[in-house]
Write a protein that binds this ligand. Sequence first.
Ligand SMILES: Nc1nc2c(c(=O)[nH]1)N[C@H]1C(S)=C(S)[C@@H](COP(=O)(O)O)O[C@H]1N2
Ligand SMILES: [Mo]
Length: 432
Amino acid sequence: MAVFCAHGSLVMSKLSDSKPNRRGRRRFLRASLLGSLGAALTGKSMAGDQPLEVPSWTRHPGPGVGNTPYGVPSPFEKNVVRRILPWMSASRESSVSFTPLQDLHGIITPSGLHFERHHAGVPAIDPAAHVLAIHGMVERPLKFTLEDLQRFPAVSRVHFIECAGNGALEQHGAQLNGLQFTHGMLSCSEWTGVPLKLLLAEAGLRPTAKWLLAEGADAAAMARSFPVDKALDDALIAYGQNGEMLRPEQGYPLRLVLPGWEGVANVKWLRRIEVGDRPWEMREETATYTDLLPSGKARQFTFVQEAKSVITSPCPEKPLRHKGPVIVTGLAWSGEGRVKRVDVSFDGGRNWQPAKLKGPILSKALTRFEIPWEWHGQEALLQSRTIDETGYVQPSYQQLRALRGTNSMYHNNAIQTWQVRANGEVDNVQLG
Ligand SMILES: Nc1nc2c(c(=O)[nH]1)N[C@H]1C(S)=C(S)[C@@H](COP(=O)(O)O)O[C@H]1N2
Ligand SMILES: [Mo]
């Protein structure tokens, strides 16, 4: 049988040319079964015609339906969890948990693994008692219950959310030896809700209206200003996440989604939108989330999360365990729109090769890429860089520092380098 698994695809194409006889069909089935196990590339030969062992879980039925009214992952996946860095913040209420990007497939982050960034913990909001107010420079100040909002036509869109602080520590050299911590303040969900422009049309913007303020109902009453253009473009008042209601950690029952914009602008537990003619200069847009430039001046509003990417396998958590063919895969994204191209380098950025983008390629969403590689135990410096549909190219650390200096913390979109060692282990490094 070994010959069939090694040449499974050959057998299949031959058979599809001619009508297979009985024996041929059996050969075909076997070949495709083995093919689906990846035998053509990496499978082990089977000893003769020995039947597969019957494992214990096949010998008797398992628990029936309804055993888990709300399904949870297999217990064998118990290590695929959000993680925290206990030393990073003084309290859990104002802190971060990171998404295990190294363990995810495709582009959607399961809701239970969406990273968390709270300034005053997660409020326990009764949706029946929650109200969203729209007021200020409008013709008709309005209040909406969740039920009111669900009477509007809903839209569903896949967008990433990335904290502006993602990779902030790495601005001062390679610090954390794990993808989960270097890039895990990043997640991607399908958000469902009402376009904000529909609500603003009901309220009626006054001609002086230029800026909006979004405020949360958490104990931080976290609030952020954003320009009216974004409100009338693709801003969403979301109540749905990946097919169900928002998770409490993501802003249940309402959150503002400003696609492609820094995480902090996506106000959770949204309870108020005020319309005005200038920004409000709130704490999270003055004391924090600003970028100190080499000139000593600070750039106040950096709304867009610029193009970025990272290789998710191999990475420190996913070392190379086998020599031979390897699929290198990763995620790319841009707050400006679609990812146009991702290049991968195996030699620290000297040579680049275009990776394959795996659909769907959505605007302001994570996009998966992959590229085949042959690894024979050689040391390598793996990098990826995104080029987005505006033509913007993800910068190296050298380029980013030339632009921003060395005091910048937020908005780190530099190219990540993973150093692959001869034993297959992978380290977070930065090239001088
Ligand atoms: N009301 C409120 N909204 C908030 C926050 C908060 O603490 N309170 N944190 C912000 C920050 S800094 C980020 S990065 C994102 C994180 O969203 P997530 O927890 O759903 O990943 O929410 C933003 N919205
Ligand atoms: Mo953030």
